[in-house]
Ligand binder design. Sequence first.
Ligand SMILES: [Fe+2]
Length: 326
Amino acid sequence: MPIPKPELYPPFNVVRLSHVDLGVKDLLASKAFYVDLLGLQITDETADRIYLRAMEERGHHSVILSKSPSAQVNCLGFKVFSEQDLDKAARYFSTVGLEFKWGAEPHMGRILRVQDPHGIPLVFYFRMDREKTIHQQFELYRGARPLRIDHFNCFSPDVQASADFYNFLGFRTTEYTEDEITKSLWAIWMHRKGNIHDMAFTNGVGPRLHHIAFWVANPIHIIDLLDIMSTTGYLDNIERGPGRHGISNAFFLYIRDPDKHRIEIYSSDYQTVDPDHEPLKWDLKDPQRQTLWGAPAPRSWFEEGSVFKDLPTREPVLRAQPIVAP
Ligand SMILES: [Fe+2]
């Protein structure tokens, strides 16, 4: 199945992914994980919510930890280019028959809530409180020294349908995995901000969030985080890596938070901003697709993910499976 032709003049202008609202059962345990261990900075804290940003981020938050009776993902947030783009988004969703709602959240201007065709809860906004820069306050750096949120990766029950929807919103494909037998799309990496991806989809029971990634300047910060995790009681939270992906060329580590939400620490991908950038194709059975050095991912990596709030999942349309560690 061919990947969709890039939509260079989308109906509204998404700048980048922005933030995630994570439902967590134990706010204190999550605070210890995201703040003390990972190194995110608190920008606001209430009885049931903690707002966090990474070190170079000027927007108020890229993570909201929301106290919740069960582990879930409340929404994925995207920043648009202007207030007018929000109005254009509303007109577009009306045209294609997707219900949307205007809303308001602390620290943000008006927001537009919509669910993608599989039900993933999305938030689009333009205005968020701006914070003073702490990028060069190096005394505040700790843990993985996370600089910014980089991407979301979701399980999709129909990767082709997900790709078609986000492609029409202007997300451009950088790399993709095809099942060589059926020629079906098995996974896709799509961007707005000029690197490998803002959003990726992987074939699997879904929709579910597979992981959220934070960008770090240097792979050594990943090694430092592993040393800290393995000596402070977080050994069991290390799931996969460190390693280098074939796809994206990124140096990676996957860890699980106290609610099993998966976090990737990610470094060293590449620029893709050219409008005629050619996507790279990978064979599903190529072991270097997952890890350039050949090690397969564990089974949990292909099977476990975070549910979205109140959203049922379904089996994928495609049965093909990659090489999995025994
Ligand atoms: Fe990732």
